[in-house]
Design a protein. Structure first.
Length: 185
């Protein structure tokens, strides 16, 4: 069984990126499970807080990632770049620096995203690449999912209703699952 943690980069209850991860989980091929995780409860990074100990929400998320075979990040795009709350969570997960290797090094990582705007998270996904490189991840570059106009792509129940986006996501998840499984061996 291939286990992937899907990390939504949004805190919003009606997050399109959380909806996108739920759709990815539903489309996962046999033998693959995608568990959707949240960054809820992770405080703003502060070295003074770190000195008192890593917050429980950070530790819990880290352990979920460490126990998984891969990480699928669904990133919003804010002001043509990375959303601050998601970057903050990744920064916490890299603390203390000794945790980088255990949490990220060699870990297969995929990037997808949804936005109400027309850009489809293209710039946010590109902005993540230096961060993923610094963390020594194993990014998957053989596909893209960038849902633009997300308000129309999902139905009132939060299901991915846009057939083109759904087909693209299904193909992406199948390829990423194979990549993760191969890297695990």
């Amino acid at each position: 069984m291939t286990k992937i943690v899907g990390l939504s980069g949004s805190l919003r209850a009606g997050s399109y990126n959380t909806m996108l991860l739920r759709a990815a989980a539903a489309l996962a091929p046999e033998g693959t499970v995608i568990e959707v995780a949240t960054i809820e409860g992770i405080p703003l990074y502060n070295a003074d807080v770190e000195e008192d100990g890593i917050p429980e929400a950070v530790t819990a998320l880290r352990e979920r990632i460490v126990a998984a075979d891969g990480l699928l990040i669904s990133t919003p795009e804010y002001n043509n770049s990375i959303p601050g709350v998601l970057k903050n969570a990744i920064d916490w997960l890299s603390r203390p620096p000794a945790e980088i290797a255990r949490t990220f090094a060699g870990r297969p990582v995929g990037l997808i995203g949804a936005t109400p705007g027309p850009g489809g998270t293209n710039l946010a996904q590109a902005a993540w690449l230096p961060v993923l490189r610094t963390l020594q991840t194993l990014p998957w570059f053989c596909g893209r999912v960038q849902v633009s106009g997300a308000g129309a792509a999902f139905d009132a129940r939060g299901a991915l209703a846009d057939e083109k986006a759904r087909a693209q996501l299904e193909k992406y998840v199948a390829g990423f699952a194979k990549f993760v499984a191969a890297a695990r061996r």
